[in-house]
Write a protein that binds this ligand. Sequence first.
Ligand code: IMP
Length: 205
Amino acid sequence: MSSAAARVVLASGNRGKLRELSALLAPLGLSILPQNDFGIESPPETGSTFVENALIKARHAATRTSLAALADDSGLEVDALGGLPGVRSARYAGEHATDRDNLEKLLHALAAVDRGERTARYQCAMVFVSSPDDPAPLIAAASWEGTLVAAPRGTGGFGYDPIFVPLGETLTVAEMPAERKNALSHRGRALAKLRAALTTRLAGR
Ligand code: IMP
């Protein structure tokens, strides 16, 4: 990526993630443009891992815009459900499910699970490609361990945040200030790793 091409398309249509990633990327000095600005729809997420899906999304956005692209793929793995909803987190209750639908389905699935067995983790894979055929995509991943409470609490964040209490915390993520979530979260820490790799790559070009 040349310095004149410091525009990066963000391959996400999820407004909660866009808000978080824009705040996290602000200090990087790159101009981040959501793919919606280019009329790009998200491609089908056909991968079986978070990394595969993030690569699919980043390459798709880079192909359609001829810009560098950044994508993340994330989800919640629930131990009592054998890792579900995992890569299907956004579509857990159906193809066009809302966050509310997904949350309700998960609460229903966990109704008979004891408190001590409601362990879960958020996972995030973050990918940067400088072009659609970038031979060395930058890939970073992080997870965030926690437990799931039985009744939703708080109005912040998005997705499963009203029932996710991170390890060592007492508040759900939806009850935390956004800055605290960004400092601790799977997405915030994956992005910090990616930012370090990106800084190294930009310095070496
Ligand atoms: P993706 O857009 O395919 O990466 O799907 C991500 C989905 O995982 C979201 O729609 C949420 O259901 C869930 N998810 C990922 N990260 C978070 C988070 O930080 N808070 C709450 N839910 C999340």
